[in-house]
Design a protein around this ligand. Structure first.
Ligand SMILES: [Zn+2]
Length: 184
């Protein structure tokens, strides 16, 4: 697959199993401390195995279902931050024949994070965990969704244990986009 730099692409079958993957995937996964996520280890696996959190899994299932029903592409902007930089990404979910989906993730831009943050995904929710939004990467601290870098500066520390969810602002944005896709 010939793809622009900073783009990764994968194809899912009708059951959301990863059929093919291309682009900057290996380099990207390694850059995100995701060394275990090399192409040879993800092909043939359900995509949902690589998504953390029940809410986020359901969100992607909803999006994939709606794209297939509408037979129209959806664009979703999200963040995929690394410890020292904010990464602004755009995902395009495009329907193809036989219920397959072609998903392209493009890095739009990146910005440094003033104070590096280390975020570890917890196995389950506990008193120590905070909720991080899968889409905007903000962290819910005392009911305020904040940028990790800001929270790190305010707290003088930058290591958190998180579980993944979707913040209310992202839920609303997505609901509107999905409504537009399927014609409300
Ligand atoms: Zn959010």
């Amino acid at each position: 697959m010939q793809l622009p730099q900073n783009t990764l692409e994968y194809v899912l079958d009708q059951d959301n199993i990863i059929l093919a993957i291309g682009g900057a995937w290996d380099g990207f996964a390694a850059g995100n401390n995701g060394n275990h996520l090399t192409a040879d280890r993800v092909i043939g696996q359900p995509l949902l195995n690589f998504i953390s959190g029940k809410v986020t899994k359901q969100l992607w299932l909803d999006i994939f279902g709606k794209v297939r029903i509408a037979n129209a592409s959806a664009n979703i902007d999200f963040r995929c931050d690394a410890p020292t930089e904010k990464r602004f990404m755009r995902m395009t979910v495009k329907p193809e024949a036989h219920g397959q989906l072609r998903i392209t993730c493009q890095l739009l831009r990146q910005e440094p994070i003033a104070r590096p943050v280390l975020i570890t995904c917890a196995k389950e929710r506990s008193k120590q965990t905070l909720v991080r939004c899968s889409l905007c990467n903000r962290i819910n601290h005392q009911n305020i969704w904040q940028e990790a870098g800001q929270l790190a500066s305010a707290q003088g520390r930058g290591h958190w244990l998180v579980v993944y969810g979707i913040c209310p602002a992202c839920q609303e944005t997505l609901a509107n986009e999905m409504e537009a896709l399927v014609g409300g």
